[in-house]
Design a protein around this ligand. Structure first.
Ligand code: PRP
Length: 181
């Protein structure tokens, strides 16, 4: 697939094509709709990376669905999670009694998901599940299991479909390796 705009040598290999993403997101949406039959799941997206995934995922759920977003920042080096998460935008409304699905674009160390899972589980949701488009292969810290996984990825820095490098490339339709500095 050709690049949709000049990438200045920052794109290496395309790991997941736009077609593969659409097929898998549709499968996840169908699975969620099935699992949540008779309920209205609340998708909680973690800004900013999950925004494209969540907007596609909600459209692939053929049934009632609601969304909300949180924004967090981890202290320390921006390319490595420090494990300390600061909430900079919390949910707009209470999740008490709601069927919540916490949605990430990528689970790398798993520390962000672990922190947010604990934060939300303390707010009395009826149920709390986890979903991530991408999960690192060989993750050895299953403190939080991931109920809905899009793809497992090798340990490379990836961009596209919501994921950025230095605030660029979130709008690429595919996921590829970043070969910039
Ligand atoms: C990414 C991703 C997750 C987190 C995963 O966010 O969206 O929130 O890192 O890392 P972890 O599993 O090691 O905790 P990032 O900090 O890049 O912010 P962004 O979504 O705004 O790009």
């Amino acid at each position: 697939m050709t690049a949709p705009y000049p990438l200045e040598g920052d794109l290496g290999e395309i790991l997941v094509t736009a077609e593969q993403i659409k097929t898998r997101v549709d499968e996840l949406g169908a699975q969620i709709a099935d699992d949540m039959a008779g309920k209205t799941p609340l998708l909680v997206g973690v800004l900013k990376g999950s925004v494209i995934f969540v907007s596609d995922l909600m459209r692939s759920i053929h049934g009632p669905v609601d969304i909300d977003f949180m924004a967090v920042s981890s202290y320390g080096n921006s390319t490595e999670s420090s494990g300390v998460v600061k909430i900079i935008k919390d949910l707009d409304a209470s999740i008490e009694g709601r069927d919540v699905i916490l949605c990430e674009d990528i689970i790398d160390s798993g520390l962000t998901m672990q922190y947010l899972y604990e934060h939300l589980s303390n707010q009395s949701p009826a149920s709390l599940r986890t979903c991530s488009l991408l999960v690192r292969e060989g993750r050895t810290d299953p403190a939080v299991s991931v109920d809905y996984v899009g793809f497992e990825l090798p340990p490379a820095f990836v961009i596209g479909y919501g994921l950025d490098a230095k605030h660029k490339y979130r709008n690429l339709p595919y996921i590829g390796t970043y070969t910039g500095d």
